[in-house]
Design a binder for this molecule. Structure first.
Ligand SMILES: *[C@@H]1O[C@H](CO)[C@@H](O)[C@H](O)[C@H]1NC(C)=O
Ligand SMILES: *[C@@H]1O[C@H](CO)[C@@H](O)[C@H](O)[C@H]1NC(C)=O
Ligand SMILES: *[C@@H]1O[C@H](CO)[C@@H](O)[C@H](O)[C@H]1NC(C)=O
Ligand SMILES: *[C@@H]1O[C@H](CO)[C@@H](O)[C@H](O)[C@H]1NC(C)=O
Length: 409
């Protein structure tokens, strides 16, 4: 009995000794590691300064001053901490251009731009700064908002269009929520998806998706103009034509017209009275372009949106009526009433014509660019459409071939 107890004590003692030895070993390793960090950190820091030569060429001057990322909850209050790099040899902390630290990061296509649900997103997006002068060098950006089912088949064309203009645009993508693949492989589309919900074409969920895109784009205070595009859209001009056209426009581009018959006034429901009367009811293309002021008004609207949700039911197509009618009632003077997106309805039927691979020719594109006359800031112009639809995925090759000559990009 006593022998057993003595043996047990011995065992415990041995265990304690073992723990002690381990502890000392661990401590020694830790101290060694801590002291060797300054030595190790040098090659690591060199890595962050390695810039792929292509991206540096692509940056127009003066872009580093703006925060290209949409601030999310935690980052928004301390945007500069991410850009700080400490010089371990001198102890000096200096600011590093944000884009440079971002370039080596591997792209994660499934990552969402923000994790906010609608209620929180709209609330945050509705905030307006009361001091007009920005504390950073602000380059107004155009938000390109892609409302797509899944993949963006024409992304190589868009990538060529955007190339070299980083800092002047931002991209937002709303897909069907069940889409799990990659929207587009090009770097400018990485991580630009926003949280989405099921979109039923032609229904109120489509308008909800448009408002979700607008709200997400409003979070970035550099965004001044907001364009809605589909996966079948292409740009008709290069960025150096489209960007100033949008930024300098005194009016917004939401198609808005009054139409008799079943597909126009016929979709109106008298239950919307008195807020919306038959005379105020408007129709237009879903593919709009608005400025920051209208984008904000659209996402904050609590008066008309519920009416369209409740009374613009199937076969009413709220996406063709909600924004045109809302603007017609509240802000008729700021809108040009025309769309920037060319579409061909001449073949008849409920859907616009789809241009196939063999129909894409330079004369077709030139006709889209120069086929009509319209007003821009009060002056007549033949540049009426900046974008065009609908192009099938197989037309990509032809478009890429024709882009340098016809669209100049
Ligand atoms: C903010 O963005 C970062 C990086 O994308 C992410 O890791 C983080 O979870 C986000 N925070 C919130 C609150 O969404
Ligand atoms: C740290 O500062 C020293 C002295 O100004 C400078 O020579 C060195 O290049 C700096 N190192 C880095 C990584 O910026
Ligand atoms: C555009 O069309 C007008 C009228 O048809 C023509 O005079 C002009 O040369 C055309 N411009 C271009 C760039 O094709
Ligand atoms: C953009 O296109 C226009 C003609 O549409 C052309 O004059 C201009 O040089 C192009 N700009 C660039 C940067 O390629």
């Amino acid at each position: 009995m006593k022998k057993d107890i003595r043996q047990m004590h011995l065992k415990t003692l041995a265990l304690y000794f073992l723990i002690l030895v381990c502890g000392i070993g661990l401590g020694a390793t830790l101290i060694f590691c801590l002291y060797s960090i300054p030595l190790n950190s040098k090659p690591k820091q060199l890595f962050t300064f390695q810039i792929p030569p292509t991206t540096l060429e692509e940056q127009p001057p003066g872009l580093y001053a703006i925060n290209s990322q949409v601030p999310n909850q935690t980052e928004s209050t301390t945007p500069t901490t991410n850009n700080m790099v400490s010089n371990t040899t001198t102890g000096i902390i200096k600011e590093e251009p944000k884009q440079i630290t971002e370039t080596p990061r591997p792209a994660i296509s499934s990552a969402f731009l923000h994790g906010m649900r609608d209620e929180q997103l709209f609330w945050r997006a509705s905030m307006v700064p009361r001091i007009n002068k920005t504390p950073f060098k602000k380059i107004p950006k155009v938000a390109f908002m892609f409302l797509v089912r899944g993949r963006l088949p024409l992304s190589p064309l868009w990538a060529r269009f955007f190339r070299g203009y980083k800092g002047f645009y931002s991209i937002y993508v709303h897909t069907q929520p069940y889409f799990v693949g990659e929207v587009a492989p090009e770097p400018m589309f990485q991580g630009r998806r926003i949280p989405s919900e099921v979109v039923t074409w032609g229904e109120i969920s489509m308008v909800e998706a448009e408002r979700r895109l607008l709200a997400s784009a409003l979070l970035d205070f550099s965004n001044e103009r907001f364009v809605l595009l589909s996966e079948a859209c292409i740009p008709l001009y290069n960025f150096s034509i489209i960007y100033p056209y949008l930024i300098n426009s005194k009016k917004t581009f939401v198609e808005c017209y009054d139409k008799e018959g079943p597909v126009g006034r016929g979709r109106y429901d008298h239950k919307m009275e008195p807020e919306v009367t038959l005379e105020q009811w408007r129709k237009g293309s879903q593919w709009f372009e608005v400025d920051r002021h209208l984008a904000l008004e659209i996402i904050c609207d609590k008066k008309y949106f519920p009416l369209f949700r409740d009374y613009c039911k199937p076969a009413c197509y709220s996406d063709e009526h909600y924004i045109p009618t809302f603007l017609n009632i509240e802000f008729p003077e700021v809108n040009s009433d025309r769309t920037l997106t060319y579409v061909d309805w001449s073949k008849g039927g409920p859907h616009p014509y789809k241009f196939g691979k063999w129909e894409v020719t330079d004369s077709l594109l030139k006709q889209m660019q120069n086929g009509t006359e319209c007003l821009y800031n009060g002056e007549p112009t033949r540049v009426c459409f900046l974008f065009a639809r609908k192009f099938v995925p197989s037309s990509l090759i032809r478009l890429l071939e024709l882009a340098p000559e016809v669209m100049h990009f």
